[in-house]
Write a protein that binds this ligand. Structure first.
Ligand code: ZN
Length: 133
């Protein structure tokens, strides 16, 4: 129950002004909106979805499955997994493909390690690109 800070009159719920003396009632600051899921919890709950993002075409699972696809943590890793999948297609090129393949493999392992550890760390070279919003 709120009371007028001027005269002490008990105030009706939602009163804009004191019915006794007319003093404006200070509205209690609105309760902060539900805090977004702590990144730590997000990362913990969605760790395996983030790992899937690096396993080739399995990236479609974290991209399409609710609620994982709404997780910033999962989307971050799905973005990188998708880029690795596309870059990985270049490994079909003779000679150069070997280099690309090794490069993708190393980045894939780094990405999985980041996902398992709950980190949203950009991978070298490809991490800056954003295919997903
Ligand atoms: Zn009052």
């Amino acid at each position: 129950m709120a009371f007028c800070k001027n005269c002490g009159q008990e105030l009706p719920v939602d009163a804009k002004a004191c019915p006794n003396c007319g003093t404006d009632v200070e509205q209690p600051t609105a309760a902060p909106a539900a805090a977004p899921a702590a990144p730590a919890a997000d990362a913990k709950d969605n760790m395996w979805m983030a790992v899937l993002a690096y396993l080739g075409i399995l990236v479609l699972i974290p991209l399409l499955v609710e609620p994982a696809k709404n997780s910033p943590f999962v989307r971050f890793h799905a973005n990188q997994g998708l880029i690795l999948l596309i870059v990985g297609l270049l490994s079909a090129i003779p000679v150069l493909g070997c280099v690309v393949g090794v490069f993708c493999l190393v980045l894939t392992i780094m990405g999985i390690i980041n996902a398992v550890n709950g980190r949203m760390k950009e991978l070298p070279l490809i991490g800056r690109f954003r295919l997903l919003k």
